[in-house]
Design a protein around this ligand. Sequence first.
Ligand SMILES: [Zn+2]
Length: 299
Amino acid sequence: MTSRISSVSPAALVDFQWWRMAEGRWIGPKNQRLLAGHPADDGYQPLKSEPALFRRFADQRDTEGAFAEFAARYGDLDGGGVVVVGDHIATAEEMASNDPFLVYSEGRSLQIWRGHRQMLAFAVRLWDAINEGKADELIGTDLLVKPYDSLVEPGKPAPKYMVWTRTASAQHDLGLTTPKTFDEQFEPATPLMKASLPEMAARAALANLISEMCATVRVVMRVTSAQPDGLRLTFEVRSLIAAMWLQFALAVDGQREYRPCPVCGDWWDATEARSDRKTCSDRCRKRMHRQTVSGGTGV
Ligand SMILES: [Zn+2]
């Protein structure tokens, strides 16, 4: 082989380590709940070992228990956060203290967990609808398409439509600036569209949302010199939420396919799997087989 660059994709060169959450617990009064914990000792590589992680997160329920379980299994969404001591937010005295017996953790609010999940789930829903040819079912519920003519400046070429997405509440939870809209629940997704509807509307909204969120959570393009075959393009992420948006963007770009496992319920990456494979792993395949043999309800 004498190819000038290797066939390794930019995605395969992403070097991202993360830590599961240890001693995770919910603290604080009703309207200020925080999931606090600290990184476990051993790191792992989510993008290499959990190829369907963004889908699992998008499918979570918005409950404290579900988020705590996710954090214990995959880690906090980001580093930093509110400093916590025991079951409360650290006081000024505790922050300034030199007491070696004080144990500090970091906390992230339920609003932030929910906002991130809802934003990602919305994007995944758009993608699924596009792939299944059902984008029209989203119009009026997840997407609004409005004629643009009333908003056009005189003398400027007129786009025909403007797409609005139901992401305003997630934007609010994440503390992102939400423009005032004619409808409190919707958010302008794309200002310019001369498209046939509704597939184009869904696609334009999805493209815009992925681009915006990757910028917000800081998915960064990098050139790496660590490869033996020279300088190569790759990506850098420094948080689990950024890793999940990168994973989703690469899935959209690579038209990857995911299936839910009938045994454990988890999503798995089925892009390169045989069409008759149903389960996520050998373990689940054997479990399904045992259930079938023992006369269970297995397939
Ligand atoms: Zn499974």
